[in-house]
Every structure is written in structure tokens, then in C-alpha cells.
Write a protein that binds this ligand. Structure first.
Ligand code: ATP
Length: 613
């Protein structure tokens, strides 16, 4: 049976499109590591098909014995009931055997698909861990999420429902045709003439359905992306009173998904109906031609009866295959999206042999004529050089969009430099394994990401190793967090959710600082949060950050006056270039770009507009 393509390319009716075929073959290729169980499924399917095909022949033979014994050539001898009974007993055994084989085949098939989907899910998970940040930033996260969850689930469900049935149906169809040809070549020809007709009808319908299934999967991606955005931005949606607008947009995405799904189901639902219609025609044709041949004395009634049964048996697997066509198409549509994700370009592999800075790492950081841009048409960082001596603090300031965060992202190798090099203790970081490099750097990002778990677990996340409760508490103490945690209902065992709504912005910041203390690396990358804190918490955060910077080479995207005042060097960035460098007081006195920023309120959030020194 031919199943259709995605409709994106025209092809002869009945031929699946190259995209569909490629994806389906690749999906089947996932079975390659499980050759033995697949062979077992095929063997059980073949046994079941062979036994099923034997049944009508036995019953036809029994019918001929009864007809001959009652009114035919053997009328004198009478009906040999003993032989007929034996044949019927064999027929019973044959059908029971076929059912047992089919059952075992379905069980093994389910296990194979279970393993296949387990492996696929693991590959998707591994892949997402190796995707460069630019890939995730370049498309809605919800769509990637939908591919990794809904599409993989859809493949699992569709294949579980179709794999065993598809193998069984195909083998039964082959077995039936062979047995029928052995019984009556003429009536086999009559049946086979109608197969291309049903094939063409099915292929046309399947091609249209495949287009709708692809639209349905894309609509699911858009719906998930939108739901993810509105759930994570729930507070903003409420604050700006955009609930109605959000509901309307959700309803639109929901309706798109519903419409695409309905069309896909409707078109693919026509396939078994068309198959049944063609099957009935076949049935009539076999009965008419068979009847005429019996009247002419060329065939026995038992042969025609067997062939009528074969025609019905052949209709069943073809109908079943057609019935599962929508599931196959849906699985292939999902597989296309999952393969797209698996084929996405990964971050550059770590070099071999990898370079290591001399141990222990002191934290000497050098940017040597570094260039980088997100978009080749819009250069961002060009020919930028800077040196941070071990244990010093370098504050990066500049207008929004000037490239401060990008600079620290380059040090963490979230992006690769396009020109120049970055050195850690004299070793080019592009020659170091990313894991090693990041092990030498502790970070406090602007975004205070917390996960569902206890406060202790969230702090312990900072260390790649197992840490004791004592170490967690020590880190919390160093981050001025310990006293706050002890006021929580269950102290360090207080459960916080992903959004951590029960914690204040300052407490969340202190948790991320405590994490950095646990990481205990010689280099610190700190992207100061711009959120306004009350005076007491602000003082705590300042104190914790000062403690954290002590003895570490710190690169700070600074938004607070206290940080720039303390910094050994302030770098002023504009349009990806360093336009001024020096200490806070000297730069202020120079009356240049830094003084302008200072006058303008310095932090884009404006919450910490510096006073004159
Ligand atoms: N992932 C990205 N893909 C494409 N462009 C980006 C990406 N991240 C940042 N940009 C662009 O690069 C420029 C510099 O951004 P960057 O975040 O480094 O600035 P910034 O100085 O840290 O700004 P802010 O103080 O507002 O955080 C901006 O024009 C920004 O739009």
C-alpha cells in the first residue's frame, strides 16, 4: 500500500514524496540496533500469515468432500464424515496457532517500539544539551519543547498501535495471495486487478492527509510555544491586564490546531471507507467469475468458497493497513520535526588533544583582538582587547545593547569568537574542553533561575560534585543568606517551585550568589541584576557580592554604583568597543563617555543612579 507524501512536491499520484519516504526510511532505520527481535517479529508474523492462509484451503477441501459425497461424483459412497471432521479439527488448530503467533508477535513488537522510543528520547535529550545557545535563542523554546515531548510521544503512540499490525497485515496479505494463486490462478488475477485501484485511491487520500498532519504538528508547536510564553510571563500578563488578549490568542492557536487535526482525521478517515468499497467490488467479482467457472465445470464449489474467503482475508489486512495509515502519517510528520531537531548543528566539538592551563589556575584573563557578531551584516564586537589580572575586578558599563553580556558569554564559550582569542592563564580557551573551562569560572547570571526542589538543593546546584549540608550552609552564610533561610517554614528544606514566588527577588539573587560560592572557581562572571531591592536586602546583596569577588578575577556587568566604585578597572563599552578604561574617580574627572553615563543615571534600570563621588 502506498501512503502519501507531504504534498510539498508534486509527484505522480500514488508515489510517496521524497521527504515522506526519506523520513519513513530513517524512522525504520532506528530499528537497526534491534535486528534480532525484529527478525523474531517477522518470523512470528510469517507463521501467523502462513497458518491463516491455510485455513480457507482446508475448509474448501471439506466443502468439496461434503458436496461430492452428497450429490457429486462420490454420492454412492456418501459423505466421509470422519475425514471431514478431521479436516475441520485441523482447521481449528491452524486458526488457533495463527492467533497465538499473532499475539506473541504483537507483544515483541510493543517491546521493540518501547525501546526505540526510549532511545529516541535519550538522543533528543543529548542533542538539546549540545545545541548552541544561538539555536535555542533563534526559535521559540516552546516549539523545541513540543518536538522533544509531544512529537516523540506521538511517534511512540502511533508506532505502538501500527508496527505489529502493519507487519502482520503485510505478511498476511502476501500469504493470502500465495495461497490463493496455489488454489486458483484465475480468481487470484480477478482479485489482484482491483489492488492497483485501491492503491491509487489510498495514495491520493494519504497525500492530502499527510499535508494536514504536518500542519497539525506545526500548530501544536506554535500552541505549546504560546502557552509556554504566557505561563512563564503569567505575572506580566496579569499586571498589564492582558488576560483577555492572551485568551483570544490562545483560542486562535487552539482553533488552528483543532482545524488542522480535524481535516487530517477527516481525510485519512476516508481511506478505510474507500478500501471497504473497493473490497466489496472484489468480493462480487470473485463470486460472479467463480460461479460462472463452477457452472462450466472448470472449478469446484470448494475452490470458489476458498477464494471468496481469501478475497475477504485480503481485504482485512489491506483495510487494517489503510486504517492505520493516518497513524503512520502522523508518526512520520512528527518524526520529520524530531529529525530536524536531531540534525541541528551542534556546538563545535572540544579539541583533541585539549589544552589545559597550568594548575592551579590563577585566573589571568586576556581578550586578544576579539571580534564577534550574531549577524554577519551587523558587526558587534570588533578587535577588542583587555586584560584582567588575577584577583582584580573589572566592571563593564555601557548603554544597553553595547555588548557587555555578549563579552562575558564569549568567555564562557556560549558563542565562539570569530576573530582573535581569549586566554585563561595564557591558554587559548578555544583549545580547552568547555566543561574544564567552565569549571574554572563561577557565574552569577542576571536571571535568577531556580528549579523545583528545596532551598538546599537549589544552592547545591552550584557544585558539580556531591556536597554536604555543612558546605551548603557555609555557602549560604558567605552569601549572607543563612539568616533569611532560617526564617523560612522548613529552613533549608523549604520546597520552592520553579518560579519561587514565595521568595523575594533579593533572596533569589542571594541563592544564585551562594551557588557561586559553592562552585569556588578562580574566575567570577557576574551579570548584576537590575531589579530594585529594599535597602536592607540591597545592602546584603552588595556585601555578598563583595565577598564573592574577593580573591577572584571578576568580570562584572555592572549596574550598581558600589560595584564600579570598588572595581580595579572600569571598561566603558559602546557599540561593541571599549571607548574608555580606568578607575571610577579618574573616568569621572575625565568628563568623557563614562561621565555622560554617570550623569544619565548609569544603570538602564535607573534604580541605582550614582551620586557624585
Ligand atoms: N542571541 C542573540 N542573537 C542575536 N542578537 C543578539 C543575541 N543576544 C544579544 N544580541 C544583540 O547583540 C547586541 C548586544 O547585546 P548584549 O546583550 O551583549 O548587550 P548588553 O550591553 O549586555 O545590553 P544590556 O545592558 O541591555 O543587557 C544587542 O543589539 C542585542 O540585540
Amino acid at each position: 500500500m502506498a501512503v502519501g507524501g507531504d504534498g510539498s512536491r508534486s509527484g505522480a499520484a500514488g508515489r510517496p514524496s521524497p521527504t515522506f519516504r526519506r523520513t519513513a526510511i530513517r524512522l525504520l532505520g532506528l530499528l537497526a540496533p534491534r535486528r534480532r527481535p525484529v527478525l523474531l517479529v517477522l518470523a512470528l508474523g510469517a507463521a501467523s500469515a502462513g497458518l491463516t492462509a491455510l485455513g480457507p484451503r482446508l475448509l474448501g477441501h471439506a466443502t468439496d468432500l461434503v458436496v461430492d459425497g452428497s450429490s457429486g461424483a462420490q454420492a454412492d459412497a456418501g459423505v466421509p464424515f470422519g475425514t471431514v471432521g478431521q479436516i475441520l479439527g485441523w482447521a481449528l488448530l491452524v486458526h488457533a496457532g495463527a492467533a497465538v503467533c499473532a499475539l506473541l508477535q504483537a507483544r515483541v513488537g510493543l517491546r521493540i517500539i518501547g525501546h526505540l522510543v526510549h532511545d529516541l528520547r535519550a538522543r533528543v535529550e543529548r542533542k538539546t544539551a549540545h545545541l548552541p545557545l544561538s539555536h535555542l535563542d533563534g526559535r521559540p523554546r516552546g516549539d523545541t519543547l513540543s518536538r522533544a515531548t509531544h512529537d516523540v510521544d506521538n511517534i511512540a503512540q502511533s508506532l505502538q498501535q501500527t508496527f505489529g499490525q502493519f507487519v502482520g497485515s503485510t505478511l498476511t496479505a502476501v500469504g493470502v495471495v500465495v495461497a490463493m494463486a496455489w488454489t486458483s490462478p484465475l480468481l487470484t488475477l480477478v482479485v489482484l486487478v482491483t489492488v492497483p485501484l485501491s492503491g491509487t485511491v489510498v495514495a491520493r487520500l494519504a497525500r492530502r492527509a499527510q499535508r494536514q498532519f504536518k500542519a497539525q504538528r506545526a500548530a501544536m508547536g506554535a500552541l505549546t510555544a504560546y502557552a509556554e510564553e504566557t505561563y512563564s510571563g503569567h505575572a506580566l500578563v496579569t499586571v498589564f491586564d492582558r488576560r483577555e488578549q492572551a485568551e483570544r490568542r490562545f483560542a486562535r492557536h487552539n482553533a488552528d490546531f483543532h482545524r488542522a487535526g480535524l481535516k487530517a482525521q477527516y481525510v485519512s478517515g476516508l481511506i478505510p471507507v474507500a478500501m471497504a468499497a473497493v473490497g466489496s467490488l472484489t468480493f462480487v467479482a470473485v463470486a460472479v467469475v467463480g460461479g460462472l467457472r463452477v457452472a462450466a465445470g472448470a472449478l469446484t464449489i470448494g475452490t470458489v468458497q476458498a477464494c471468496v474467503q481469501y478475497a475477504r482475508l485480503l481485504g482485512q489486512p489491506l483495510g487494517q493497513s489503510a486504517g492505520t495509515a493516518n497513524l503512520v502519517q502522523s508518526a512520520v510528520a512528527s518524526a520529520e520535526r524530531v529529525f530536524e531537531l536531531l540534525d541541528a548543528e551542534e556546538e563545535l566539538p572540544d579539541p583533541r588533544p585539549a589544552a589545559q592551563p597550568r594548575q592551579p589556575v590563577r585566573g589571568h584573563v586576556t581578550f586578544d583582538r576579539v571580534s564577534f557578531s550574531y549577524d554577519p551584516a551587523r558587526p558587534l564586537i570588533q578587535d577588542l582587547s583587555l586584560t584582567a589580572e588575577p584577583g582584580t575586578t573589572t566592571a563593564l558599563v555601557g548603554p544597553t545593547g553595547s555588548g557587555k553580556s555578549t563579552l562575558v558569554d564569549l568567555l564562557l564559550r556560549f558563542h565562539e569568537v570569530h576573530g582573535g582569542r581569549i586566554l585563561l592563564d595564557g591558554t587559548d580557551i578555544s583549545r580547552m574542553p568547555r566543561g574544564e573551562l567552565r569549571g574554572h569560572i563561577c557565574t552569577v547570571p542576571q536571571d535568577t533561575w531556580l528549579f523545583t526542589g528545596t532551598v538546599a538543593e537549589n544552592i547545591a546546584y552550584g557544585s558539580p560534585r556531591e556536597v554536604t549540608r555543612g558546605q551548603v550552609v557555609a555557602a549560604a552564610r558567605a552569601a549572607c543568606l543563612d539568616r533569611l533561610v532560617r526564617t523560612l517554614p522548613h529552613g533549608y528544606d523549604t520546597l520552592i517551585s520553579e518560579q519561587a514566588t514565595q521568595l523575594s527577588a533579593g533572596e533569589k539573587q542571594l541563592i544564585t550568589i551562594a551557588r557561586a560560592f559553592l562552585a569556588d572557581a578562580p574566575v567570577l562572571v557576574l551579570d548584576e541584576a537590575t531589579s530594585a531591592l529594599d535597602a536592607r536586602t540591597e545592602a546584603l546583596v552588595q556585601e555578598a557580592m563583595r565577598e564573592l569577588r574577593a580573591g577572584r578575577t571578576s568580570l562584572v556587568v555592572a549596574h550598581r554604583l558600589a560595584t564600579v566604585r570598588d572595581a580595579d578597572t572600569v571598561l566603558v563599552m559602546t557599540d561593541g568597543r571599549i571607548v574608555e578604561r580606568g578607575r571610577h574617580a579618574d573616568l569621572l574627572a575625565a568628563g568623557g563617555a563614562y561621565a555622560c553615563l554617570y550623569e544619565a543615571g548609569f544603570s538602564s534600570s535607573g534604580h541605582s543612579a550614582p551620586e557624585r563621588a
